[in-house]
Design a protein around this ligand. Structure first.
Ligand code: NAD
Ligand code: ZN
Length: 345
């Protein structure tokens, strides 16, 4: 094995990414070395590519970026147990501390010291990734490398969609990005009644309709209240999943929820936005913020659902060789794609 590897590096504090040779990471006694096979490009990676305010304030330069991956274990630290060389895997990209109250209570996803691979620490857009064995999630044969590479965002969708009991309930999802679309598929799989997804991008809504059985609404041209009436939803949606980060979508969401409705917020607003809290109070709405995935309950649930018929494969619309990464990022920036996969094999 040579001592260097190809990696996509945020090498300069400006727009773009640079393909560079980097040292193959060394591993500690409790880490594994993963040979990366497939990676997914995330909205977060686009922020880093575009070098917006958030990225400038958050990401150290230089840094190998990327956090959505599938690969195979090729080296293990001396203390690693329960894993094997050759094991196909994905993994939790949030590196957690073990000191906080929540962590010690086993609620690892609520640890305030969390650091993200590809955001704060070296990431997965490389031939090799060093990861704590604790973070590794083994992949059954039934889950392909492509799906393995999108388990991180599917986990966001699963974590959000399963925040409230949605069996037999009417669900409104605002934002038909890859995560909103996958959340619709999860809600359908888990037994919701009507599932309505909104966007202002018709390409995204078309994609949603090919991935699962969902009612699509372009709120730039259609009235959500009329759609509700047509579906026979008399009082409002029982459950809301906000997956756009958009202020108008959030207002529409609250406007269309039932009295006592429940709302999970995954979408990240860009900066501080005015908010009319009165309807939240008068409709007695319960709001839950959702960050990342439950470690490792979300991973367990999503793999179980994938093994039991949940199919999100159509949300992957493009594949590029790693060397063509610029095409991948351009495709993502166009807003006309679903998930874009880079191939590192
Ligand atoms: P995305 O940007 O691909 O999708 C957002 C969608 O919202 C787009 O299709 C956009 O057209 C749509 N949208 C914009 N304005 C709208 C409006 N008024 N009404 C309805 N839809 C509208 O993002 P994604 O990768 O699918 O992620 C979804 C959201 O979740 C993003 O805000 C992302 O930043 C956030 N996110 C949060 C976490 C977390 O841990 N909380 C993790 C990953 C992503
Ligand atoms: Zn991601």
């Amino acid at each position: 094995m040579s001592s260097t590897m190809t990696a996509l590096v945020k090498a300069h504090a400006k727009k773009g990414l640079w393909e560079e040779q980097a040292p193959i990471p060394s591993i500690g006694p409790e880490d594994v070395l993963i040979r990366i096979r497939k990676t997914g490009i995330c909205g977060t990676d686009m922020h880093i590519w575009n070098w917006d305010e958030w990225a400038q304030a958050t990401v150290p330069v230089p840094l190998i970026i990327g956090h959505e991956f599938a690969g195979v274990i090729v080296e293990m630290g001396s203390q690693v147990q329960g894993l094997a060389l050759g094991q196909r895997c994905s993994g939790e990209g949030h590196l957690i501390g073990k000191q906080s109250r929540q962590s010690r209570a086993g609620k690892f996803h609520l640890d305030p010291e969390t650091r993200g691979i590809g955001v704060n620490e070296p990431g997965a857009f490389a031939e090799y990734l060093s990861l704590p064995a604790f973070n590794v999630v083994s992949l059954p044969d039934s889950i392909s490398d492509d799906i393995g590479a999108i388990l991180d965002p599917l986990g966001n969708a699963v974590h959000t969609a399963l925040s409230f009991d949605l069996v037999g309930e009417d669900v409104l999802i605002t934002g038909a990005g890859p995560i909103g679309i996958m959340a619709a598929a999860v809600a359908r799989h888990a037994g919701a009644r009507h599932i309505v997804i909104t966007d202002i991008n018709s390409k995204r809504l078309e994609l949603a309709a090919t991935v699962c059985d969902v009612v699509t609404v372009n709120t730039a041209t259609e009235d959500l209240h009329e759609v509700k009436q047509r579906l026979g939803i008399k009082e409002g949606f029982d459950i809301g999943l906000e997956m756009s980060g958009n202020q108008l979508a959030l207002d529409q969401m609250i406007d269309n929820l039932v009295m006592g409705g429940k709302l999970a917020l995954l979408g990240i607003p860009s900066g501080k936005k005015p908010m009319d809290w009165s309807p939240v109070v008068f409709k007695a709405i319960t709001i839950k913020g959702v960050y990342g995935r439950e470690i490792f309950e979300t991973w367990y649930k999503m793999i179980a659902m994938l093994e039991n018929g949940l199919d999100v494969s159509k949300v992957i619309t493009h594949q590029f060789q790693q060397a063509d990464f610029e095409k991948g990022f351009d495709t993502m920036n166009s807003g006309q794609s679903g998930k874009v996969i880079l191939d590192w094999t």
